[in-house]
Design a protein around this ligand. Structure first.
Ligand code: DGL
Length: 287
């Protein structure tokens, strides 16, 4: 049994790396749906169906808990899968299974409040006066931006935080294809500047709300001023998963330190940028 990590491509490796640091003895299976990446420009139903197929593949490969290390899949598909699919999947395989997402932990980190806060208190944390409004910028795919999930969920919890999502169409695809630093820098600079113009200044905090962007975090950090702090999504997810496993010690997660990397796309070595991020060459096996 194992922890499954799912992404449309290489972006989820940023989360996987943090999770394997946090749970080194556990078994992990990573699935990149590279045959269908990028997800960010796809329609909702397609994203739901692709995410469902990816999770089923991971459960078949022995995962008990699948982490959707993909903002787009978490924003568009997670609730549907939890409400309409996972129960049947538990019956099919006859064991405890679950799918968790990446957005709830990120919102908890961005607001400093547990997810249950809104349901328990039934309202927002009344913040300071509007003059001290803090601005969080979320760089993400077009599908995530269109869902407005970050704006809606943060606004329910904090009235002193304003959220601006900046869709960066094409950026995940370029990272996936191993584009050069020069090419990527132009695109990152453009979006950081577009967000600055929309807000009227740089954001106080930024979320790289597409896991692929963490691979080029250095480019975002050099485009943003030093005063803008990054909310680190991989650590937020690892913190949340640690709390989840403490509350649910019943999931068998394996203890052999197994690491499998599967792709629906072309198996083999990943781009040089991915190897650099990973610290050594990384090769995927066929899913
Ligand atoms: N890495 C994914 C995310 O976090 C999706 C990128 C894509 O496939 O467009 O949103």
């Amino acid at each position: 049994m194992a922890i499954g990590v799912f992404d449309s491509g290489v972006g989820g490796l940023t989360v996987h790396r943090e999770l394997t640091r946090r749970f080194p003895g556990r078994d992990f299976v990573y699935l990149a749906d590279q045959a269908n990446a990028p997800y960010g420009g796809r329609g909702g139903e397609e994203i739901v169906e692709l995410t469902r197929a990816g999770c089923a593949r991971l459960f078949d490969a022995g995962a008990s808990v699948v982490v959707l290390a993909c903002n787009t899949a978490s924003a568009i598909a997670l609730r549907r899968l939890q409400q309409t699919w996972i129960a049947g999947e538990r019956d099919r395989l006859g064991r405890p299974l679950n799918v968790l997402g990446i957005i709830v932990p990120t919102i908890e980190a961005a607001t400093g409040l547990p997810w249950s806060y809104e349901a328990e208190r039934g309202g927002r944390l009344e913040g300071q006066k509007k003059s001290s409004l803090e601005v969080t910028g979320v760089f993400c795919t077009a599908a995530t931006a269109m869902s407005r999930v970050y704006e809606i969920e943060i606004d329910k919890r904090r009235d002193d935080l304003a959220v601006f999502s900046e869709p960066c169409p094409g950026l995940a695809g370029l990272i996936e294809l191993g584009a050069s630093t020069e090419e990527l820098k132009v695109v990152v600079d453009e979006h950081v500047d577009a967000l600055r113009r929309r807000i009227g200044r740089h954001p106080d905090k930024a979320v790289l709300g597409c896991t692929h962007y963490e691979i080029v975090a250095d480019l975002f950090m050099s485009a943003l001023p030093p005063e803008t702090t990054l909310i680190h999504q991989p650590s937020a997810v690892a913190d949340a998963l640690e709390r989840y496993f403490t509350r649910h010690p019943d999931y068998p997660l394996g203890d052999g330190g197994r690491r499998d990397f599967l792709t629906t796309g072309v198996p083999g070595p990943q781009s040089e940028r991915v190897s650099r991020f990973w610290g050594e060459p990384l090769s995927f096996d066929p899913a």
